[in-house]
Design a protein around this ligand. Sequence first.
Ligand SMILES: *[C@@H]1O[C@H](CO)[C@@H](O)[C@H](O)[C@H]1NC(C)=O
Ligand SMILES: *[C@@H]1O[C@H](CO)[C@@H](O)[C@H](O)[C@H]1NC(C)=O
Length: 263
Amino acid sequence: MRLAGRLLSAVLLLGSHVACVPVETLEIEARELQLQLQLELETPPPTLNELAPVEEDDDPSAFTIPSRYESTVLGRRLLGLSKTGILTTVFPENITSDRVPAGVANTPIGLPDYIASCEEPSGNPTLLALTVSTSTQNALAGSNVSLTLSWWDQYAQLTHHQPWSAANLPRLNLVGYLEKITDDEVKSEDIAACFTKAHGDSVLWLPGKKWAAHKGLWVRLVVREIYWIGGFGDRNFIGWFDRDEWAAVKVDEWLAARLPGEK
Ligand SMILES: *[C@@H]1O[C@H](CO)[C@@H](O)[C@H](O)[C@H]1NC(C)=O
Ligand SMILES: *[C@@H]1O[C@H](CO)[C@@H](O)[C@H](O)[C@H]1NC(C)=O
């Protein structure tokens, strides 16, 4: 709808600049512009990969697009190696806090957060939800959540250069809801040790500690759906994964997989 709206305003804009041209010409031009814009919006540029620097192992004749399952394993590796992500929640319909503007009701907000994959091999990320945080408040008010990960920062750290196109690197969105990890599970799975290994500073707000700067609780994102953008669609899987496949990937499998730029 938004795109259609933009097309319309582009056409109207064109109209306002050529107001003295006969109506028929105007209509033809408008139609041509619309067609061109549609093409631009709907068709990914076909030449991008031709611009890509050729990598040694990148023999186009031998190339096949990774299957959904191969991509699922890559997605699990991305989760396994990620320490941060963007956690998106939706503000409740009824804003009760006077610290939150009423205008954000029903609106999503994505905020960067610490994560770790401390419940391998489940595929459900672990988070330390501080009760003061906006994301936690929204989740407590009933919001579903989604977590966005990308390979952008890690690619740059690993290779010491920016990718020639970040759009050609993997991105992942995990859709689900937050669920409290019980005290027994926290103990038996040694969640705190796993999480602080990834985030040393988080010892300052570990749940249950008297000295904690903020009250927090351990939660898991129970993954319901998974959306993957492997990179450019002509050589990567883009689409929804199968939830059961996601949950069944073994640690050994994603340990053996390699994301772009990894040796
Ligand atoms: C929001 O508040 C209205 C009345 O102020 C109430 O009728 C409605 O049930 C509330 N909705 C939620 C989701 O709590
Ligand atoms: C959360 O998602 C589930 C579907 O997975 C849906 O049934 C439920 O209504 C959603 N909750 C909210 C508050 O939107």
